[in-house]
Design a protein. Structure first.
Length: 91
């Protein structure tokens, strides 16, 4: 899959999620079925807080190298990376 297609699919998924969340009334958005269960708001907060560090690292390759070191090999093309991914999930 080409990078532009992946970006388009991610944007579409994000837009669909946003549309779904915006349609939820406030009472439902914050409602918890029990203390052990998260509300819609808490789930979204968790996802957002989880993605922030990943986005920051991906936007700053030197920080990734500092954190995990250099790979020691040439980078794969997006197409090669996608093929490796498809091969891995097809097993």
């Amino acid at each position: 899959m080409k990078t532009d297609i992946i970006i388009t699919k991610l944007k579409t998924a994000f837009d669909n999620a946003l549309e779904t969340v915006e349609a939820i009334n406030e009472k439902t958005f914050f409602h918890k079925h029990s203390e052990e269960k998260w509300s819609v708001a808490e789930n979204l907060q968790h996802l957002s807080l989880t993605l922030i560090p990943i986005n920051n690292l991906l936007a700053h390759p030197p920080a990734m190298i500092e954190r995990w070191g250099a790979s020691g090999r040439a980078s794969r093309t997006p197409e090669h990376l996608m093929q490796d991914y498809i091969n891995a999930i097809s097993r």
